[in-house]
Design a protein around this ligand. Structure first.
Ligand SMILES: Cc1ncc(C[n+]2csc(CCOP(=O)(O)OP(=O)(O)O)c2C)c(N)n1
Ligand SMILES: [Mg+2]
Length: 597
């Protein structure tokens, strides 16, 4: 029998280098699933079965984040397509190339209020607005795939193709007829070399050379430019702060790296931005302007590959549209080495004091376990080439502040959408992409109850495909939606609303054992380190359940007067945990002022 549309579609995706598609079945895509089943020669992508389509989209996004390649997810018509959306928005907002392929009811029934019929082009019109198309005839498939892949890669965004189920079984037309009204596409995309003009580079160099206190802020756009960032920072005598998605740009053990910035950031990053006279921002769209210099206090230079993302966070004097590594390389010969190193030395002193503070905050007692201790003990033990994913929640604070990434590690999270739930699916995709590397998911109990528990089943199903079995899911069992509880207190001035914030307990470690993984429950501070040793030497993936204290405040690097007032009015209004909050906050703050800091 001749090839069908489903067969051809998968083979065309393989031509684009797609080796793996994350998805979930349904009758809207049975023609495509049949084609996976007919794949005998290894020329077609592998189908990875997840528990929920949102997870498939998160995994496609994480595949893109951890490989730089295209991520692909697949869902059925109607409910499956709707389920993809949150994961697709995560990819879109973090600028990741992801193609979504969704089924649709048969062409003959469309427009007839048919079962599971949703107007999918309208549904995806925002998330995939650069390219969302429905196939109507087999001769379209070649260019729909070619364009969806190329546009996703060149625009670093989400695209979507809708394929009615009857079309999937029609006879393929791999080459449209040479006739009027047909489209003749070819595969392949290589990113161009994008460098700003010499005149703009000269202007940027002039600004950077005249500054005396240069601050750099790097984001995910600089992930491939670590060496160049390091050289420029050295020449300019600059300190470097990192937006969360750019945490792996530079290792945290470099003395001039101030670490994260923002609400989840560090004190030295705050000082760097407040006291600098020149800001060089590279590949970042970090949104919180109050953590950047006040307008007029610093001269600014920004580098971004995307002209749309330039000049929106700080009124920059020079905006360089270009690849970060290429542009920094072109800048280097134009820069003069700062002979006065006192600014850099001041930053380095603050950084070393900060690490001492982080160390002592981790050692503070709590009831029963201080979450910072769990991250601190992990950080010390992180194996080379580790890959980390963090969920949204208090874990993101400790990930940002307490984890010291070293050279060769990777890390990511939902940076811009900041959605709950991607921690475990990101880790699974990391494991598929790099089965020989140790992977860690850092997740709250809320996120675990939302998605993570179910995806443990996916880990159990596929773990035998991974050559290195080290995949550890850390669950912070604090029986609270803690990040938001603290936001209610510090930003709204409201006491914790237990009706929305308290979480039911769940036996995460015991559940892991039930599905065939290792489960370790850690209830006392003295168990934290040894439990990490045990998790790292286990013969299978592990759920490390730490019973942590929700009253350890994820403090911002500096508390504003407004926040302090809000917090005190929350306490005065009768927060159920007032006594313990005061105790824990006080302990953390006191650490900052002890002699020797
Ligand atoms: C899908 C989604 N729903 C709600 C939120 C708001 N939110 C952000 S963090 C958080 C609490 C997370 O709780 P948990 O996973 O238990 O982590 P914890 O902060 O307790 O460590 C919530 C509700 C969100 N970011 N995404
Ligand atoms: Mg929680």
């Amino acid at each position: 029998m001749s090839e069908r549309v489903g067969d051809y579609l998968l083979e065309r995706l393989a031509t684009w280098g797609v080796r793996r598609i994350y998805g979930y079945p349904g009758d809207g895509i049975n023609g495509l699933l049949g084609a996976f089943g007919r794949s005998s020669n290894g020329q077609r992508p592998e189908f990875i079965q997840v528990r929920h389509e949102e997870m498939a989209a998160f995994m496609a996004c994480a595949h893109a984040k951890f490989t730089g390649e295209l991520g692909v997810c697949l869902a059925t018509s109607g409910p499956g397509a709707v389920h993809l959306l949150n994961g697709l928005y995560d990819a879109k907002l973090d600028h990741q190339p992801v193609v979504a392929i969704v089924g649709q009811q048969a062409r003959a029934g469309l427009g007839g209020n048919y079962q599971q019929e949703i107007d999918l082009q309208s549904l995806f019109k925002d998330v995939a607005h650069e390219y969302v198309e429905m196939a109507m005839v087999p001769a379209q498939i070649r260019h729909l795939i070619d364009r969806a892949c190329r546009i996703a890669l060149s625009e670093r965004t989400v695209t979507a193709i809708i394929v009615p189920n009857d079309l999937q079984d029609a006879e393929a037309v791999p080459q449209p007829p040479h006739a009027h009204g047909t489209v003749h596409s070819g595969p392949g995309y290589h990113a161009p070399r994008i460098v700003p003009s010499d005149a703009e580079l000269d202007r940027a160099a002039q600004v950077l050379n005249s500054g005396e206190r240069v601050a750099m802020l790097v984001g995910q756009g600089a992930l491939h430019a670590g060496a160049e960032v390091e050289q420029v920072a050295d020449v300019l005598g600059a300190g470097v702060a990192k937006a969360l998605l750019g945490k792996a740009v530079l290792p945290d053990d470099e003395p001039y790296v101030t670490g994260s910035i923002g609400l989840l950031g560090t004190k030295p990053s705050w000082t760097l931005m407040q006291d600098c006279d020149t800001l060089l921002m590279v590949g970042s769209s970090f949104p919180y302007s109050e953590f950047l210099p006040e307008e007029g206090n610093a001269r600014g230079v920004q580098i971004d590959i995307d002209g749309k993302m330039i000049g929106i966070r700080y009124p920059m004097e020079v905006n360089l549209v270009g690849d970060s590594a290429e542009t920094l390389r072109a800048l280097l010969p134009r820069l003069e080495r700062k002979s006065d190193r006192s600014w850099r030395e001041k930053i380095e002193r603050e950084v070393s004091e900060w690490w001492n503070l982080i160390e002592s905050r981790a050692q503070l007692g709590a009831e029963p376990i201080n979450p910072q201790l769990v991250f601190h003990e992990l950080s010390k033990r992180l194996p080379d080439r580790a890959i980390l994913s963090s969920d949204s929640g208090s874990a993101a604070n400790w990930f940002a502040r307490d984890i010291k990434l070293r050279r060769g590690m990777m890390a990511s999270l939902s940076g811009t959408l900041a959605t709950m739930g991607p921690g475990v699916p990101y880790a699974i995709a990391a494991k598929f992409a790099h089965p020989d590397r140790p992977v860690f998911a850092l997740v709250g109990d809320g996120a675990m109850q939302m998605n993570g528990i179910n995806e443990l089943i996916t880990i159990a199903k596929y773990r035998h495909q991974w050559s290195d079995q080290r995949l550890v899911v850390l669950v912070l069992n604090n029986r609270d939606l803690n990040q938001v509880t603290w936001e209610q207190r510090a930003m709204e001035g409201n006491p914790k609303f237990e009706g929305s914030q308290d979480l039911p307990d769940f036996p995460y470690a015991r559940y892991a054992e039930l599905v065939g993984l290792r489960g370790i429950r850690v209830e006392r501070p003295d168990q934290v380190g040894p439990a990490w040793d045990e998790a790292l030497s286990a013969d299978r993936p592990v759920v490390y359940e730490a019973v942590t204290d929700p009253e350890v405040p994820p403090l911002p690097p500096h508390i504003t007067l407004a926040q302090a007032k809000a917090l005190s009015s929350a306490l005065l209004a009768g927060d159920p945990d007032t006594g313990r909050i005061i105790k824990q906050s006080f302990k953390q703050k006191v650490e900052e002022f002890l002699p020797g800091r």
